[in-house]
Design a protein around this ligand. Structure first.
Ligand code: ASP
Length: 333
């Protein structure tokens, strides 16, 4: 009898201890996030514009939250492979996707089988600044202007090769819109990201490419490639003598890439709020935002960075791209 009682007592004491531990760990989890390294999936090769921007923002946000943010470059299929991986990740506040206009906007219109839904499978965290693109040709190119390139392509259908970051990437989409607007017929050469495409452009293996300003600028300034047009509506000081394509060559032509950070659906709301707050705090550093502006990156009004604004924007873009892709006959074979 005595023995049973003591056993019972000890079991009860044990239960209470376990309960206390559980309560403490749940409380600690909510308050202490992040307790370990975060991973942001960038679905392109390292060294490209998405990677460069993500690493820069991850560094600043990581300092604010007191944790390292590592970049996982899961590249391929225009970003859709990495996005699919992120959609299936644990929604525990430690894995995120760096998304952009391609696989998070145009993807559903272009890919018949997508392993994720940009709206239903993700919670929006915050939007990055936008980035316009630059039309680039190799140093050795005979095409000295966008008008030259278009005139040549008109006379020689299928002779101009455009390097891009994969089917449905922004470099592919913008080239397809350019082709449609100019009434030309070019060949798409997909890579696993803009960085390997840029290497081949520098080597003269492809004839042209649209790249985001942040990674195009050092190549142009280093004299390794030549910029012959901008997709922004206004000229950009860092690209002197390069005209917006929409000004004269292709009236009304304009494009910019939007980016955002996404979490797998079901990620704790307080994690999203903390990341958004950390990002806004980082953005209050004017020296940093000036550096982004110096790369042609376009800062947005603060309200547009909010999780709700990014969620709304994503849903709207999925609808917009269904129409744009159909009108411009952009498809993926
Ligand atoms: N954002 C680029 C694109 O879609 C790809 C990259 O960053 O590598 O063209």
């Amino acid at each position: 009898m005595r023995k049973t009682t003591s056993l019972f007592l000890s079991a009860a004491a044990h239960g209470a201890a376990v309960l206390a531990m559980l309560t403490a760990s749940v409380g600690a989890h909510a308050q202490a996030w992040p307790t370990k390294t975060l991973t942001w999936i960038v679905p392109f090769a390292a060294g490209g514009p998405t990677d460069a921007m993500a690493r820069d923002i991850a560094d600043k946000v990581g300092k604010q939250i007191g944790q390292t943010i590592v970049i996982d470059n899961t590249a391929g299929a225009g970003g859709t492979i990495g996005a699919g991986k992120a959609a299936k990740a644990q929604p525990d506040g430690y894995t995120f996707l760096v998304g952009h206009m391609g696989y998070m906007g145009a993807g559903p219109a272009l890919y018949k089988k997508l392993t994720y839904d940009p709206v239903k499978d993700f919670d929006a965290v915050f939007r990055f600044p936008d980035t316009p693109l630059v039309l680039l040709v190799p140093k050795s190119s005979p095409h000295k202007s966008a008008a030259d390139l278009i005139a040549f392509a008109k006379k020689n259908p299928g002779k101009i090769n455009f390097g891009n970051a994969g089917a449905g990437s922004t470099s592919h989409l913008v080239a397809a819109l350019f082709e449609n607007k100019a009434g030309i017929d070019t060949v798409s050469v997909p890579y696993k990201g803009a960085a390997p495409a840029m290497n081949d452009l520098i080597a003269g293996q492809v004839d042209a490419m649209f790249d985001q300003t942040n990674t195009a600028l050092p190549q142009v300034q280093g004299g390794r490639v030549v910029a012959i047009g901008l997709t922004s509506s206004e000229p950009i000081a860092q690209f002197p003598n390069v005209a917006p394509l929409g000004a004269k060559t292709l009236p009304g032509f304009e494009a910019a890439t939007w980016y955002g950070l996404y979490a797998p659906k079901g990620t704790p709301k307080e994690v999203i709020t903390k990341l958004h707050q950390a990002y806004l705090k980082a953005l209050s550093d004017k020296a940093w935002t000036q550096k982004m502006s110096d790369l042609g990156i376009h800062l947005l009004p603060e309200a547009q960075y909010a999780p709700e604004a990014l969620a709304k924007h994503t849903a709207a873009e999925v609808a917009v791209w269904r129409k744009v892709a159909a009108d411009a006959k952009i498809s993926i074979d």
